[in-house]
Write a protein that binds this ligand. Sequence first.
Ligand SMILES: Cc1ncc(COP(=O)(O)O)c(C=O)c1O
Length: 290
Amino acid sequence: MAGAYDDRDGKIWMDGKLVDWRDANIHILTHALHYASSVFEGERCYSGKIFKGHEHSLRLIESARLLDMQSPYTAEEIDAAKEAVLNANGFKDAYVRAVMWRGSGEDMGVSAARNPVRMAVAAWEWGSYYGDAKWQGAKLDIAKWQRPSPMTIPTAAKAAGLYMICTMSKHAAEAKGCSDALFMDYRGYVAEATGANVFFVKDGEVHTPLADAFLNGITRQTIIQLLRDKGVTVHERHILPEEVSAFQECFLTGTAAEVTPVAQIGDDWHFQIGQVTRDIAADYETLVRA
Ligand SMILES: Cc1ncc(COP(=O)(O)O)c(C=O)c1O
């Protein structure tokens, strides 16, 4: 299976049933397309089992709620939809994308409470998100945009609207030969990358930005727990850019990114792919396949 994402063989789950891949379409007057009323999940299935699939289903429902949308499905029904998609396509190792959005209906303006909330699940085979950087260390640009305040937009939601500046920042990064971009937040603290959380290592201890203005990734939470379980001290705190040059290792975490070492951020910050990063990447790999 390859080619454009709308032109493939297979099945997609849409509003309660499996449809042919090429027929999984929506109308041009879909509210989400005009007003970003859309939330989604990215999940990985390893050897036939979605890692923390139920937590992702719960987060999808919560993201919808934060955008004033009532999920038409329970978390168990969403779990079942994901299973159905994996089975229908015969995937054992795949990326799973669930999306929930406000559709077209009686309203076509900002207010759209009468329009139905709809949902789809697709899955595809997807390798390493950062390609070779997964092993060699990613190079990150510094985004010119900032992660916004939780008073500006619901930053705890995995919502389409929050990705507008991610796409622009990642395009700018790639144009400079970087794999991704690192954001500061609205206060100037180090925040996250465009689709992954960030960790730093100094003298055997781990430091990661406090998730008070960006997505508290399921992978991030898993990694913090794994580190603490093996006795590594983890500091969740506000990190200033001035501190970054003193860190020895850096890595990104996310469902797509898994654990990806970072070799360089901007022009000035360089990191080694050290033992803490290597060990936690191996621990995560073991856990997701357990
Ligand atoms: C902006 C952003 N931050 C962080 C993450 C990491 O989240 P998770 O570990 O739940 O995949 C993602 C990926 O979903 C993301 O898109």
